[in-house]
Design a protein around this ligand. Structure first.
Ligand SMILES: [Zn+2]
Ligand SMILES: [Zn+2]
Length: 216
């Protein structure tokens, strides 16, 4: 039995077998995790990510990103500095936030791999359509926590997992690069784990906030 990579408290147990893909469930945080042997190779993943067409000028894509950008901008002071973590090949969200006066750095393990952006702290971090791809979510959330200034915001967008009966045919599950799915209760446990407050301003969008006291 392996430890849940999200809450690091529960032991993963069998949840579903969909064709050849096996999924496990954490009894503590209710995260659903693809069984390790079912994962794609890094090369296969990279090939799929390169097909993602995240065109910054596409109005449909901008509207999609505004689900996070809108609620986040309402909470940020003018000129706040941020990091778009896992921005992908076309940094559309960063461009949108910059147009509103924010200063945005980029990091993506495949497309913007420079570690420089990970060596300072930020007023906010955005993480859109990223967390469902992580093999070690808790490790990454821990890193993001440390990249936030006290009182800083972490805005995450991912499709929340809801109805187990629809899991097998869920479009989000069918993307073979999606290896972990979060329920609202999973996110609440993550918030607890790191001492963040949490708000869900829109469907599939969560805003975490680091405590305002300094130190960890
Ligand atoms: Zn868990
Ligand atoms: Zn995704």
């Amino acid at each position: 039995m392996s430890l849940c990579p999200v809450c690091e408290q529960g032991s993963l147990a069998g949840f579903r077998l969909v064709k050849t893909q096996r999924y496990l469930r954490c009894p503590v945080c209710e995260a659903t995790v693809m069984d390790e042997p079912c994962r794609l190779s890094p090369d296969q993943e990279r090939d799929i990510y390169q097909l993602h067409d995240n065109d910054p000028s596409d109005p449909g894509y901008r509207k999609f990103l505004s689900k996070l950008a809108g609620p986040l901008l309402e909470r940020l002071p003018p000129g706040a500095t941020g990091l778009d973590f896992g921005c992908g090949p076309g940094p559309a969200l960063a461009r949108m936030l910059e147009a509103e006066g924010m200063v945005v750095s980029l990091y993506d393990p495949y497309f913007y791999p420079s570690q420089t952006a990970l060596s300072r702290t930020y007023d906010f971090i955005t993480c859109t359509e990223v967390v469902e791809h992580l093999y070690e979510p808790a490790e990454v959330f821990r890193q993001l926590d440390q990249l936030l200034k006290p009182g800083g915001w972490l805005g995450v967008m991912t499709c929340f997992q809801t109805d187990d009966d629809r899991f097998d045919n869920w479009h989000y599950r069918r993307d073979p690069t999606h290896v972990v799915f979060y329920r609202e209760s999973t996110l609440a446990i993550l918030a607890d784990k790191f001492g963040w407050s949490m708000a869900i301003p829109r469907k599939d969008v969560v805003l975490f906030r680091r405590g305002s006291q300094t130190g960890h």
